[in-house]
Design a protein around this ligand. Structure first.
Ligand SMILES: Cc1cc2nc3c(=O)[nH]c(=O)nc-3n(C[C@H](O)[C@H](O)[C@H](O)COP(=O)(O)O)c2cc1C
Length: 353
């Protein structure tokens, strides 16, 4: 999404935060504001309702739902890391029927926008999940978690759909076909790839309306007393501030390559200023995940901080900040000049080695 800049001046005096128009869009979905929960960090929102009105957020992104109930991976499945955490929950959940009967109606009753995350172990399972949600109604958007183990390709243990452009495209095409046209379908991408732009492009060509970036990075922690991995599942997903620069780089690269494709950005967002980085890198909205475990009110706090940060910088509309970091600081409002995109895949071309 290319921004039309209406910054009034370099850094004018702060104005009341409430005067910033925080409305945004994710494809055809209009949102009152750009702060959502991240999948897996707030179930379907019920636990958060004791801290704030879940309808006050841009949306609630649910834990990834699978076809059948799952108990997840063996414990321990959480480990602390410097500035982050490692989890190997393994898509624990009650399955799509329980979700459709219990959680989805609850979200609709609250007036919250339900962004339903789905995960399958085959292309067929993703399509069936999307069909079931279509019958159920009440879904504002589908986020397709293609970063879960791909058992369709058993020969490649540990492979996930999001690491292969062809597999990623097959899933996205199947879900897009099974979903009503007015409901946006976003692909949730993994940062654990050499060239995120090629995966993103493949998903969009297959019909994805937008991209959620990023899921966790695969990590490992070893207990120096037992000399064994801390997690029973050995590896786990790294999240929290430790991954923020990586996630932000992914958003930057994809927005530079495809500026019109909406992005839901996430990865280590702890404050309004963190969220602002994702917005100016090209995200139209952000999800808050790991920070919720530390502060359950984080999504509403971050929304207020983001609004205040935009006001302090002279913005009247959040939409004007989306992707702004790709343009050199304008001498006059509206006069922006694109910054050359980073070379994809890193390496010496972009000065990192
Ligand atoms: C405990 C935990 C469970 C998660 N479960 C899911 C999940 O079910 N589906 C999914 O797409 N992402 C899941 N994620 C990834 C988050 O949605 C998010 O993409 C990632 O953690 C980066 O954001 P953060 O650093 O703000 O947490 C999970 C993350 C954590 C920490």
């Amino acid at each position: 999404m290319t921004s039309t800049l209406t910054v009034r001046s370099a850094k004018p005096a702060a104005k009341a935060a409430s005067t910033v128009d925080m409305a945004t869009t994710l494809g055809r979905l209009a949102l009152p504001n750009p702060v959502l929960t991240a999948s897996g960090c707030a179930a379907a929102g019920q636990e958060l309702a004791q801290f704030f009105d879940v309808a006050a957020l841009g949306g609630i992104v649910t834990k990834s739902i699978m076809m059948n109930a799952r108990s997840g991976r063996a414990t321990p499945r959480m480990a602390e890391t410097p500035s982050g955490m490692l989890n190997s929950i393994g898509l624990q959940g009650s399955g799509i029927e329980a979700f459709v009967e219990r959680d989805l109606p609850w979200l609709v009753e609250q007036g919250a926008r339900a962004i339903v995350s789905i995960a399958g172990s085959s292309v067929d399972e993703y399509a069936k999940l999307a069909m079931r949600l279509r019958e159920a109604g009440g879904v504002s958007m589908i986020e397709v978690n293609i970063s879960c183990p791909n058992v369709d390709e058993r020969g490649q243990v540990g492979q996930v759909f999001a690491c292969d452009p062809r597999s990623a495209a097959e899933v996205m095409q199947a879900v897009r076909r099974a979903t009503r046209s007015e409901v946006p379908v976003f692909a949730k991408l993994s940062p654990d790839v050499t060239d995120i732009v090629s995966i993103a492009r493949s998903c969009v060509t297959a019909g994805a309306d937008g991209l959620s970036m990023t899921n966790t990075l695969l990590g490992l922690v070893i207990d120096t007393d037992t000399l064994r991995p801390v997690l029973a599942g050995i590896t786990g997903g790294l999240s929290g501030p430790a991954i923020r620069p990586v996630a932000l780089r992914c958003v930057w690269q994809v927005h530079a390559a495809m500026p019109d494709v909406p992005i839901l950005g996430m990865g280590g967002i702890r404050s309004g200023l963190d969220a602002l980085q994702f917005i100016v890198a090209g995200a139209s909205a952000v999800s808050v995940g790991t920070e919720i475990f530390h502060d359950p009110t984080a999504p509403v706090r971050i929304l207020a901080e983001l609004e205040a940060a935009l006001a302090e910088r002279g913005f009247e509309r959040l939409a004007d900040a989306v992707g702004l970091a790709h343009h050199e600081r304008p001498a006059t409002p509206g006069a922006t000049k694109p910054v050359p995109p980073l070379a994809a895949g890193g390496g010496s071309d972009d000065g990192t080695q």
